[in-house]
Design a binder for this molecule. Structure first.
Ligand code: ZN
Ligand code: ZN
Length: 745
C-alpha cells in the first residue's frame, strides 16, 4: 500500500530536493565565516558565499549593511509610464534584492529576487543594453546598462537568484525578520484543522474523523485528519481512495448549518466503463449524511470535452447509471495551461505602452481573464446555492487540487460569514489550499521546475474574492490591501507558510521550526487590513450578481504600479484615519470633562479656604475651551505646547495652595500634551520621517500623540495616553513613545 501511494505522489521531483535538505540551525548561522574580514550577514547562504568567493576578486561593497554581489553605475531605469524621464542611478544586487538608487530624486526602488518572474535582454539601444524585468507582483521595469558585458553579468546573476535550484535557497530559510520583532513561532499554531472542523460542529453523528491517513498512507497530498461519513467502512474508504486519481478520495471540507455539505475529491479512474462498488457506496454514504435531500450533486468543474478526453487515459467522471441518487454536472472551468496563457495576455494588456481604448478592450477580451474569473464564480455560486437549499455537493476536477480548491473555498466564502473575517479567510486558506494540497511550489514556480506546471490558480481565487468584496464591501472584514499582501507573500517565499505542495511536504521541511509564518506577520499588521465599512452583524449567505457587467478588471492588482508620482490614498484608509481621530478626540473630551469637574471642586474648596471670589475665573476657563481656536491653527505648529485651548496664560490657579497648583498644572500639561487635537492629512505625504517612501502599497498611520503621519514601521508601540479617559492603548511614534516613558514614571 505504502509503495503504491508514494508512486502516486505528484511531488516526486520536489521531494528529491527536500531529501537533500537539512535546514540550517541558528548555531550554524552564528558560526558563519568571515568574507573579506567582515561577518557574512545571516541571510546570505553558504552557497552564495562560496559563489562570491569563487567569482569575485574585488573588495566587498555594502549597501546599508548588506553585502552587495554586484554594483553597476550609470544605469537608467525606465518604467512604461515614465519613458521620457528615465532616472539615472546605481544598481545593486544583494543576496535577496535588486536595489536601484537614484541619488538626485532621493529615491530607492527595491525588488525582491523571489518576486522576479522573468528577465529578458532587449535589443541594444544607443544608451546601452536594456534588461526588462517582469515581476510576479505585476511590476515591469527596464534597466538600461551602459556596457553589454555588465548587462550580461546582471542577467546571469538574476537568473540564478530569482528561481533557485534547491528549495533550501528560498528566501524563507534566510529571512531573519529583523524589522518585525517577531518570534519564529508566531503564527504557526494559529490554525488547526480540528479546530476549524469543530467550529462546523464536526465530528458529529453523521461525520467522523478517519484515522487511515495518520501517516499519509491513504493519500499523501491530503491532510492527516480527514472527515468522512460515519457510515463509510474502512473497506469503502480504501476502495474509494484506490479508485480516485492520486488517491484523493471524497472527504468533507464544509458542513453547513442545514446539514448539507461540500465534499471534495479527484476524478474517478473510470475510463470508459470501469466502476468501483466502494466508491459508489462512498458517495451514497455522503448523500445519507444529509437526511433532508433525496439526492445530491456531483460537480465536475471541467468542461465536458476535457473530462471526456480523460476517459481515454483511464480517468474521467461518474456514470449516473452506476451512482444512485446523484445529479451530475459539468461546469466548464478551463485547465491550468489555459489560465497561464490568459494571465500572460492580461499582463501584456497592462503593459501596452500607449494603449488606445479599443486596443485595451480588445486585448483584455482576448486574454479571456474576466471570462475565466466569472466561470470560477459561477461554479462556486452553483455549489453555494445548492448547499443553501439543503442539497449536498461533491466537487472534483482532475486531481482536485486546483479548480476544486478554488470553487470549494469560494462557495464556503459565499455561504459562511466567518470566512469573510480576516481570521476566517486565513482559516479557509489553511483548509482548502494548504491542508488539502494545492501545489504552491509548482504553481508559483518557487524553484526551477517545469514551466508548464506554473499557473495563477491562487491569484484567480484572490481575484474572485475581490469581485465579491466589490459587490458587498460591508460583508468583508478585510480590505484590498489584505488580498494584495496575501498575493505578494505567497509569491515572495519570505514566509514558510506556502512552501511545498501539501501538508506532508511542509512537515518534512520542518518549516514551522525553521521559517516564519505569514499569519504571525499579518497578525502584527492587522490594523492595515481592516475594512472600515464592515458590518459584522451581517449573518447570511451572499447573493453575488454574476451578470457580465458585474465582473470587473482588478486594476489595484494588475495595474497597481501605474500610480505615478503621488501614491494613492485608498478611501478605506482615509475613513479609518477619520474614525481613529474621532475616537481619540471623544476620549480626550471625556477626560477633560472629568478634569474640569475635578478642578471645579478644587477651586470651590480653595475658595472656601480663602473666602475669595473665584467663580469668575472658573467661568472664563470654560469659555476658552472652544475648539474653534484650534481649527484656525496651522498643522505645522501642532507640537507647540501653547496650542491647546486649555493652555491659555490666564488659566490660573492663584487661589490654590502652591503645592496643589504645581501638581495640577504639571498633570494637566502632560495630559494635554499627550493627545493631538489636529491630525496631519495623509494626502501628499510621500515620505515618512524615517525616509521610507510611501508607495501605493504601504499603509500610512497616524501617531495619536503628535498627529503626524508615519509608515507602519515607525509606529512601534501602542500605549495608553494620559489625556484619554478610556486608558486604551493607542498607536504612537517612536519619539512620542520615548517622551511618554520619560514623563510617566
Ligand atoms: Zn508621535
Ligand atoms: Zn517610517
Amino acid at each position: 500500500m505504502s509503495t503504491e501511494v508514494s508512486d502516486l505522489s505528484p511531488t516526486a521531483s520536489l521531494r528529491r530536493n527536500f531529501d537533500e535538505l537539512s535546514p540550517e540551525t541558528t548555531d550554524d548561522v552564528e558560526k558563519k565565516k568571515l568574507l573579506w574580514g567582515v561577518p557574512v550577514p545571516p541571510f546570505v547562504s553558504e552557497r552564495v558565499v562560496s559563489w562570491i568567493e569563487e567569482g569575485l576578486q574585488e573588495p566587498a561593497v555594502f549597501f546599508k549593511d548588506t553585502l552587495v554581489l554586484k554594483k553597476v553605475e550609470n544605469v537608467r531605469m525606465i518604467d512604461r509610464y515614465n519613458s521620457k524621464n528615465a532616472s539615472i542611478g546605481t544598481l545593486y544586487l544583494t543576496a535577496t534584492h535588486l536595489i536601484f538608487v537614484d541619488p538626485e530624486a532621493n529615491k530607492e526602488t527595491w525588488i525582491l529576487h523571489m518576486h522576479i518572474a522573468t528577465v529578458d535582454k532587449l535589443p541594444l539601444s544607443t544608451t546601452g543594453s536594456p534588461l526588462l524585468i517582469r515581476c510576479k507582483t505585476f511590476l515591469s521595469v527596464t534597466f538600461v546598462i551602459p556596457k553589454e558585458r555588465e548587462c550580461h553579468d546582471v542577467y546571469v546573476t538574476l537568473q540564478k537568484l530569482c528561481q533557485p535550484v534547491h528549495i533550501k535557497n528560498l528566501y524563507c530559510f534566510h529571512y531573519t525578520s529583523s524589522n518585525e520583532d517577531l518570534p519564529k513561532t508566531a503564527g504557526w499554531d494559529f490554525f488547526r484543522l480540528e479546530t476549524e472542523f469543530k467550529r462546523m460542529k464536526v465530528p458529529c453523528e453523521q461525520w467522523s474523523q478517519c484515522t487511515l491517513n495518520q501517516n499519509y498512507e491513504l493519500c499523501d497530498t491530503y491532510p492527516r485528519q480527514l472527515y468522512v461519513p460515519t457510515e463509510a467502512s474502512t473497506a469503502v474508504l480504501m476502495g474509494s481512495s484506490r479508485f480516485r486519481s492520486k488517491g484523493r478520495l471524497p472527504a468533507l471540507t464544509y458542513l453547513h448549518s442545514n446539514q448539507a455539505s461540500i465534499c471534495r475529491c479527484s476524478q474517478p479512474l473510470s475510463g470508459f466503463s470501469a466502476r468501483c462498488l466502494e466508491d459508489e457506496q462512498m458517495l451514497e454514504a455522503i448523500r445519507k449524511t444529509n437526511p433532508n435531500a433525496s439526492y445530491m450533486y456531483v460537480v465536475d468543474t471541467r468542461p465536458r470535452i476535457n473530462a471526456m478526453a480523460n476517459r481515454a487515459a483511464g480517468k474521467g467522471y461518474e456514470n449516473e447509471a452506476f451512482y444512485e441518487n446523484i445529479k451530475f454536472h459539468f461546469l466548464g472551468i478551463e485547465n491550468i495551461h489555459v489560465m497561464r496563457t490568459s494571465l500572460q495576455k492580461l499582463v501584456e494588456t497592462c503593459e501596452q505602452k500607449t494603449p488606445t481604448m479599443s486596443g485595451f478592450l480588445s486585448s483584455l477580451e482576448s486574454s479571456g481573464w474576466l471570462k475565466h474569473i466569472r466561470s470560477i464564480l459561477d461554479t462556486s455560486n452553483f455549489i453555494a446555492s445548492a448547499v443553501d437549499k439543503g442539497i449536498s455537493v461533491v466537487v472534483h476536477c482532475s486531481d482536485g487540487w486546483d479548480r476544486t480548491a478554488q470553487v470549494c473555498s469560494i462557495a464556503a466564502l459565499i455561504l459562511d460569514p466567518y470566512y469573510r473575517t480576516i481570521k476566517g479567510f486565513q482559516a479557509l486558506i489553511e483548509k482548502d489550499w494548504l491542508a488539502f494540497g494545492h501545489k504552491f511550489s509548482e504553481r508559483c514556480g518557487y524553484i526551477q521546475t517545469d514551466p508548464k506546471e506554473m499557473s495563477p490558480v491562487f491569484t484567480q481565487f484572490l481575484d474572485s474574492t475581490w469581485q465579491l468584496v466589490q459587490q458587498r464591501c460591508d460583508a468583508f472584514e478585510f480590505n484590498e490591501r489584505f488580498l494584495l499582501t496575501l498575493h505578494d507573500h505567497v509569491q515572495s517565499c519570505q514566509f514558510g507558510t506556502f512552501i511545498g505542495n501539501c501538508e506532508k511536504d511542509r512537515l518534512d521541511l520542518r518549516l514551522s521550526e525553521t521559517t516564519f509564518s505569514l499569519w504571525g506577520y499579518m497578525a502584527n499588521h492587522i490594523n492595515e487590513y481592516i475594512n472600515p465599512l464592515y458590518r459584522p452583524e451581517m449573518e447570511e449567505s451572499l447573493k453575488p450578481n454574476l451578470a457580465p457587467q458585474c465582473i470587473r478588471f482588478w486594476r489595484g492588482m494588475y495595474s497597481r504600479f501605474e500610480s505615478g508620482v503621488h501614491p494613492r490614498e485608498p478611501l478605506g484608509d482615509l475613513l479609518l484615519a477619520s474614525r481613529d481621530h474621532c475616537t481619540s478626540l471623544e476620549d480626550h473630551v471625556q477626560h477633560l470633562t472629568k478634569r474640569i469637574s475635578n478642578l471645579k471642586n478644587l477651586i470651590s474648596k480653595s475658595a472656601r479656604r480663602f473666602q475669595g471670589p473665584s467663580v469668575k475665573d472658573n467661568k472664563e476657563k470654560e469659555e476658552i475651551n472652544d475648539n474653534r481656536y484650534n481649527y484656525d491653527k496651522k498643522s505645522g505648529q501642532l507640537t507647540d505646547t501653547t496650542d491647546h485651548p486649555l493652555k491659555s496664560t490666564d488659566f490660573s490657579f492663584s487661589n490654590l495652595s502652591v503645592s496643589e497648583t504645581k501638581e495640577e498644572v504639571k498633570g494637566i500639561n502632560a495630559e494635554m500634551d499627550s493627545v493631538a487635537v489636529d491630525w496631519k492629512s495623509m494626502r501628499n505625504v510621500t515620505v515618512c520621517s524615517c525616509s521610507t517612501p510611501f508607495d501605493q502599497f504601504s499603509r500610512k498611520s497616524h501617531c495619536w500623540k503628535c498627529g503626524e503621519v508615519f509608515c507602519s514601521r515607525c509606529i512601534v508601540r501602542t500605549v495608553p495616553l494620559p489625556g484619554h479617559d478610556s486608558g486604551n492603548p493607542v498607536p504612537v511614534c517612536r519619539a512620542c513613545f520615548r517622551s511618554l516613558q520619560q514623563t510617566t514614571p
